[in-house]
Write a protein that binds this ligand. Sequence first.
Ligand SMILES: [Zn+2]
Length: 292
Amino acid sequence: MIYLIGIDIGGTNIKYGYFSLNGELLSSYKIPTPAENVLKNIVKFFNENFSLQDCQGIAIGVPGIIVNNQLIRRPNNINCPLNLLEELQSLIPSSIPLYFINDANLAAYGEFFHNERRQSSAVMITLGTGVGGGIIINKQLIEGRAGKAGEIGHIVAPTNHKTVCGCGEFNHLESYIGSKQLILRYEKLTKQTHQSIASIVEALKNKDSSAELVFNYLVKKLIYLIKTLDTILNPEIFIIGGGVAEAFSEQLLPALQKFLDPSIDVCLAKLKNQAALYGAYYYLKYQLNHGV
Ligand SMILES: [Zn+2]
């Protein structure tokens, strides 16, 4: 049977998905991301679980900066060689096309094709430890000149305070609404430590005023982000995903819709932690049918 393989290399786990040509996820696997030699582990896993003979393509999501299939900046905390593509290509049959794509972009691609309300364009906003995203125009991922398109967490937020972003610059949205920052804000307000996004959601359900302040702060910053992106790209749909969006899944959409123009279509992501695997499938389908 002919099939396609998607791989999602994350800081904690590497996920593998094995798809039929018509998009059925035949099986998926998850192994802990090895501290040493990601590459050898991928190939070892292939040899133990798949016969590569019938594989028509492999797409791999990596949380680094990638341009034209080349890893330009290696992901934090993952031992990934910069020449990942060449190394992997030397280990698997040369007849199998291999693609490397930024993992957030791949997740956006998966969510885009899985969403029945889209036709050709979408912006995905991923709310988690960081704030990321992906832009799709005319069904194509927009990666940009240096692979940074869609890094929407690094848009400067309007503020009177000064924060330093993980990237070293000032006042980026991620430094306000990344999950750690939201938790810190809640801990300051409640003067309690060891809080989590889940505990904020719980408190919000009980109409706790500190949780409401934190949630409203998140919504305000998101509205700024969505309006900014809508001015520039005006996509058919905004898809919001990531762990923080999942945690606030009951409250987020109604809160956003209250303040956004009704013509702006916003929905929640559906594929959750399998988005990048499905993205790999759709990416391969698109590449194999249209050429690179
Ligand atoms: Zn930044």
